[in-house]
Design a protein around this ligand. Sequence first.
Ligand SMILES: [Zn+2]
Length: 343
Amino acid sequence: MTPMTAAQKQRYSRQIMLAGLGAEGQEALLDARVAIVGLGALGSFQAAALARAGIGHLALIDRDYVELVNLQRQWLYEEADAQEALPKAIAAARHLARVNSEVRLTAHVADLTADNIAELLEGAELILDGTDNFETRYLINDYAVRQGLPWIYGAALGTYGLSMPVLPGRTACLKCLYPSPPQGAPPTCETEGILNAVTSAVASLQAAAALKILAGQAAALEPRITTLDLWTGEIRQIRQPGPQPGCRACGERRFEHLEGAGRDPITLCGRNAVQIHQRAGPVDLAELKRRLAPLGEVRANEFALRFSTPPYQITIFPDGRAIIQGTTDPGVARGLYARYVGG
Ligand SMILES: [Zn+2]
């Protein structure tokens, strides 16, 4: 472990003073590598908390771009990010670099899939869940259990939230508790709304568990499932069960989500939008801009191209992935993609 400089001792002094963290814990944080998957309300708060705490390396992974409707609860972003339609991973990295220039930041504008998870999470010793869907959480769970890495589950909707650490070999994993996704159509962010304070509360619980584990205090962490409703003020905790023997992931070590194709177009949570995976392969955004210019309004920067053809808006990333706004019908989205992008 690298010894701290005098400036670091000063900068992190309020944290080093904490019993249970200390200079040794801080040195571990400075060397730590963490991946944050999803940089919405939960992930952007986690990222800021960990960057301020002096985590050595943060991998920031998100598939989406900033919109005005995000700003009510997505702590890192500003109006200018939404105006530029910056990918969240890029906007987050820019802001965090100003918060703590010592942290090494890697921004990945990508949807985490079975195909890229090993590459995007490479080297991470802990994973923070900032996602909004079970599909990605199962993927994270399979990967973390297979690699023996801790990950911290978190979810928030309405005025309600939940957090839970998954420590492979010691606690139940996500698949132990939910062998299949919870039944019934889950309410979306759009229909339910969300209280911003509940997202920061859940993200704080996740960040605290992460810091404790990364500081070398995992053995002292009492794994609990915490549920809270910040409108009624009700907070509950139950002791987290241990690994369940029949679990497909941590019991039988069958990691079906890591083998899954997961490439069908998917409707994005509360977005009136469909995501199309990289069908066309890498796309030359400048060339595409020239091609689309006669057909409608088109704007592009190095991170994304946005093409408007009312009532639809198509955002294309350099890897060929696209988000088609204005529909929740995968067939319509596929058709628009084929017409304007190709593939
Ligand atoms: Zn399990």
